[in-house]
Design a protein around this ligand. Structure first.
Ligand code: SF4
Length: 299
């Protein structure tokens, strides 16, 4: 090699898949779509080229919200619908962390629906992955905000008479800067979307269609196999918000997955003066001086 020749080193993975294993037994039902999402998430995390301690996984309550138990990263299993507020606080305390939030459609679009809307418009740099099985699985099969009209189960014996929430359209309308949909049965596609979403600077939202084999006998693997197509196969223009919103309405014979919308916008934390010097948790609190300054200001 010539003396002045530059060596270009590729960033390498900091850990491998088996390093993410935990001793806790997975107790999802056999055949649940959650397994595909877990694999997509773990494979994506390995390829982020980060250390395990740099990634934090946060959840609410539900079958999918057990995920942090089964991925060896920093993790937190929180309150029903409250994963996003906790993640927001965490990110503001240490914005150097990569924050990934996971949860279900009941947790995220019902109990946490208000937090979802505000997380979208704030554009805090985090990734929110919703395991959308269109039913409350953990509590034995009640209709959820995304259950289709006419849906019924043993726990919801009368057919649903409401229209379902459209999470993709909602996220676009609320101001999310990265909006995608993936499918639990296509692990490689899901993995690529998660990697792309984490790389995005801002609030990245992924709605993942996930069959619940125990309580949702309508939105099955077969249902999706017959309907799903990928937006990238059509060279879809994900920078056009109006087109993204129109495509988000498509649900029937054909259902799109992939990236619907992506735009660059300042993150929330990049506009907070107190966070510009360094991460908050490394800053000296110096409480006596701060309290003294406040007392003098108001005396
Ligand atoms: Fe999966 Fe449904 Fe079983 Fe929950 S109840 S683990 S979502 S199959």
């Amino acid at each position: 090699m010539e003396q002045n020749e530059t060596i270009h080193l590729q960033p390498v993975n900091k850990f491998v898949l088996k390093d993410l294993a935990t001793p806790t037994k997975i107790n999802w039902c056999p055949g649940c779509g959650d397994f595909g999402i877990l694999m997509g998430l773990k494979n994506a995390v390995v390829e982020l080229k980060k250390e395990q301690h740099e990634i934090f996984l946060i959840s609410g309550i539900g079958c999918s919200s057990k995920t942090p138990y089964w991925v060896k990263l920093y993790g937190y299993n929180g309150l029903h619908g409250r994963a996003l507020p906790f993640a927001t606080g965490l990110k503001l305390a240490n914005h150097a962390l990569t924050v990934i939030v996971v949860g279900g459609d009941g947790d995220g679009y019902s109990e946490g629906g208000n937090h979802f809307m505000h997380a979208c418009r704030r554009n805090i740099d985090m990734t929110y992955i919703v395991f959308n099985n269109q039913v409350y699985g953990l509590t034995t099969g009640q209709a959820s905000p995304t259950s289709e009209k006419g849906f019924k189960t043993k726990a919801t014996p009368d057919p649903v008479i409401e229209e379902p929430v459209n999470p993709v359209a909602l996220a676009i309308a609320a101001g999310a800067t990265y909006v995608a949909r993936a499918y639990a049965g296509d692990v490689q596609h899901l993995k690529r979307i998660i990697i792309d979403a984490v790389a995005h600077k801002g609030f990245a939202f992924i709605d993942v269609l996930q069959p619940c084999v125990t309580f949702n006998h309508h939105n099955t693997f077969d249902f999706y196999k017959q309907r799903l197509y990928k937006l990238e196969d059509e060279q879809f223009d994900f920078t056009d918000k109006a087109k993204a919103f129109v495509r988000a309405q498509e649900w029937g014979e054909k259902i799109p997955i992939g990236l619907f919308f992506k735009v660059e916008r300042d993150t929330y934390e990049s506009q907070v003066p107190a966070l510009q010097k360094e991460v908050l948790l490394k800053q000296s609190l110096d409480m006596r001086k701060q309290v003294g300054d406040v007392m003098r200001e108001f005396s």
